[in-house]
Write a protein of this length. Structure first.
Length: 229
């Protein structure tokens, strides 16, 4: 059972009446599964709004972290449960909270292309330029995954198109790697530099050439990338 208590199971299955009875009988709201998940994490994972409301009303910790540092808000963001995410934020969940890899809920929503949740997180003042442990921002992840509308929204919310990760990779480098000229154009429209260089001296044109991404090679050259660097 992965250390699931009856309260975990009720939260997972959306059995809010059972959950209420268990709580009335002093069930432990902070009991954790092998992953370090509390019943609130499971209510968030499965989108069970009423269960999440009950747990929070009874005093469950809104920003409790699992073993990998994820909070219920990370989980709701990953599984696209907008109503639960909004409830958590209204109850004081931090939109900034990083997991152990540095990913905030906005990183997760951006990677998974959960636009509504990302928009809600930004309304609650999530940092569009927060860095993961590798220095990736939400925009790096949305560009890498090919999510154009998400990338556009992040840019309009203040994401830096020239933000360099610890190894020097910018979102444009990742577009070059994935052959995504559409997002590359969006980045350039928001003043991305055409020839940023990584710590090893690679520009996006180097990256596109390395991976044989002909569409991006042509796009970069059409936009005056330096062919001699």
């Amino acid at each position: 059972l992965d250390n699931y208590t009856p309260l975990h199971i009720a939260a997972k299955e959306g059995q809010d009446d059972v959950l209420a009875v268990l709580l009335d009988n002093k069930a432990n709201m902070e009991a954790v599964t092998k992953k370090g998940f509390t019943p609130l994490h499971l209510a968030a994972k499965y989108g069970n709004l009423k269960c999440a409301q009950l747990l929070l009303e009874r005093g469950a910790q809104v920003d409790v972290q699992g073993k990998n540092g994820v909070t219920p808000l990370h989980v709701a963001s990953h599984y696209d449960h907008q109503k639960v995410a909004l409830l958590l934020l209204e109850k004081g969940a931090s939109p900034y909270s990083p997991a152990k890899n540095g990913h905030t809920p906005l990183h997760i929503a951006s990677k998974k292309n959960q636009i509504d949740i990302a928009n809600t997180l930004l309304e609650y003042k999530a940092d569009a330029n927060a860095e993961s442990k590798t220095g990736f921002t939400a925009l790096h992840l949305s560009a890498q995954e090919g999510h154009r509308d998400m990338s556009q929204m992040l840019l309009e919310s203040g994401a830096d198109p020239n933000h360099a990760a610890k190894n020097g990779l910018t979102p444009l480098h990742l577009c070059a790697q994935e052959d995504n000229a559409e997002i590359a154009k969006t980045l350039l429209d928001h003043n991305a530099q055409i020839d940023p260089s990584t710590k090893t001296g690679f520009t996006p044109l180097h990256v596109a050439a390395h991976f044989g991404q002909i569409t991006m090679v042509k796009f970069l050259l059409e936009n005056d990338a330096n062919i001699e660097m």
